[in-house]
Design a protein around this ligand. Structure first.
Ligand SMILES: Nc1ncnc2c1ncn2[C@@H]1O[C@H](COP(=O)(O)OP(=O)(O)OP(=O)(O)O)[C@@H](O)[C@H]1O
Ligand SMILES: [Mg+2]
Length: 456
């Protein structure tokens, strides 16, 4: 049994089709125009829509677009009179499953519905298979907090609603975004990530919306923006708090109608893109400081997902450490384990750089220490930074540096230097980068390398 919605302005057709479908054992609903049909879709779980292309109020093609954008899993069969065959053909190009001509033949109607159902269950089956094989491929952790995150990811994957992922550095925000995409009906479409912090203000608009040849000095050819590249897929706007107010207002405008123009272009482009945004900043705070648009916040924050800091779920630390250790072990070697003492020490460490820092740490341990299981003493040793690679180590004074080996001292100095300058510039990436004379992307990479906290 399927649930079928008939959208047609002729009452006669609505009743006849509804009767036929119900006789076939389906649940049938009907609406006299597009807006009424879309209302029903909000309330009922519909499998197939039979859509007249020639409709009052909102044209059939627009109704089709709205259905495909909001409910990609629903199959649409277009019904058209002789005069509107061209429209039916373009509807199929836009993703309608099939079209039938009026006057309707019962047989043709029943077969089209059956075929549409077969296709959509096949799609569901595929999505399920994908879900089972790649379900959160790497989002490890058994804490209740992580269970909740996985549940939210799962739920949001079923819709096209915008998601805002917050959390400190290295807590897995990007992984969560990828996971939502991979579990969604858009999985076969592209996942496009844009790091808004790594881009100078002047470039971000062209990066997002593309540009026409000659639209500014460096624009030697026409270029597609990320919004276009992400068509039918997911656009991940990372580090959104670092976007200028000007760029924010452009993004706001673009996501409202999924319509925009390339820089220097006249043509308005329309895309079908799901937006997931992320930040390690407190957007409420940014709003009160006047550096983030409140209206944009409300648009993005439809489903909020907060990635918990690692220190708030210490029971995940040994689990994550064990999984990372297993993945770093050489293929033909015996599985590597952590001693209980080592696991306890790791669990008690605060991990300011969260999972990323833990992962890097375990990688280092797996390379530097051959004992299996990894002994407590080795973990203590490396945590204290005594191997001279102080990613986990923040020195308090420069005099401490002279006791380290050269690479270690360089790294420790660089970390301290960066923290100092970031603080000085209020953790604004663009301004800090300018202040110390590096590219923002370069600064960003270093912040990651050292697991520096820029959330506050
Ligand atoms: N739950 C997890 N299970 C396994 N690996 C994880 C988990 N969370 C994070 N990671 C790993 O930690 C690293 C950082 O994750 P990710 O890039 O998603 O974090 P982020 O929150 O986007 O960080 P940043 O704020 O620095 O951009 C990645 O290598 C990722 O694979
Ligand atoms: Mg990230």
């Amino acid at each position: 049994m399927s649930a079928i919605l008939v959208i047609d302005d002729e009452p006669g057709i609505r009743t006849t089709v509804k009767d036929i479908l119900e006789d076939e054992g389906h649940r049938a609903f009907s609406a006299e125009d597009g807006p009424a049909g879309l209302e029903i879709l909000k309330r009922e779980r519909i499998d197939v829509v039979l859509l007249d292309v020639w409709l009052p109020r909102m044209g059939g093609i627009d109704v089709l677009k709205a259905i495909k954008a909001n409910y990609p899993a629903i199959e649409v069969i277009v019904v058209s009179g002789h005069a509107s065959i061209d429209m039916a053909v373009s509807a199929v190009k836009l993703g309608a499953f099939d079209f039938i001509e009026k006057p309707l033949s019962i047989e043709r109607l029943v077969t089209a519905v059956r075929n549409a159902r077969a296709l959509s269950s096949l799609r569901l089956e595929n999505a399920k298979l994908r879900r089972n094989t790649v379900e959160d491929p790497e989002l490890f952790g058994t804490s209740p907090a992580m269970d909740q995150v996985r549940e939210l990811i799962h739920q949001s994957a079923d819709s096209d609603a915008r998601v805002l992922i917050t959390g400190e550095n290295g807590t897995g925000k990007e992984m969560a975004a990828r996971s939502i995409h991979a579990q969604s009906a858009r999985a076969s479409g592209p996942f496009v990530a844009v790091n808004c912090a790594a881009m100078p203000d002047t470039l971000i608009e062209s990066e997002l919306f593309g540009h026409e040849k000659g639209s500014f000095t460096d624009a030697s050819s026409r270029r597609k923006g990320k919004f276009e590249t992400a068509h039918t897929g997911t656009l991940f706007l990372d580090e959104i708090a670092d976007m200028s107010l000007q760029a924010q207002s452009k993004v706001l405008r673009a996501i409202q109608g999924m319509r925009f123009e390339r820089l220097g272009g006249e043509e308005t482009l329309e895309v079908d893109v799901r937006i997931i945004a992320a930040t390690n900043k407190d957007l409420k705070h940014e709003i009160s400081r006047g550096t983030f648009r409140e209206d944009l916040f409300f648009r993005l924050n439809v489903i909020p997902i907060r990635m918990p800091a690692l220190r708030d779920r210490p029971e995940d630390i040994p689990v994550l450490a064990a999984r990372f250790l297993a993945t770093y072990a050489a293929k033909d070697s015996s599985p590597r384990l952590l001693s209980t003492g080592a696991a306890e020490i790791l669990a008690a460490h605060p991990w300011p750089g969260n999972v990323r820092e833990l992962k890097n740490f375990i990688e280092r341990v797996s390379v530097m220490c051959d004992d299996n299981p990894v002994p407590e003493s080795a973990v203590r040793h490396f945590l204290a930074g005594l191997d001279g690679k102080p990613e986990t180590r923040a020195v308090d004074s420069l005099s401490e540096l002279v006791d380290l080996r050269l690479t270690g001292a360089k790294d420790a100095f660089e970390r301290k230097y960066l923290v100092h300058n970031l603080r000085k510039h209020d953790y604004n990436i663009a301004r800090t980068a300018e202040g110390i004379g590096v590219y923002p992307s370069n600064l960003h990479a270093k912040i990651k390398k050292y697991g520096i906290e820029v959330g506050e």
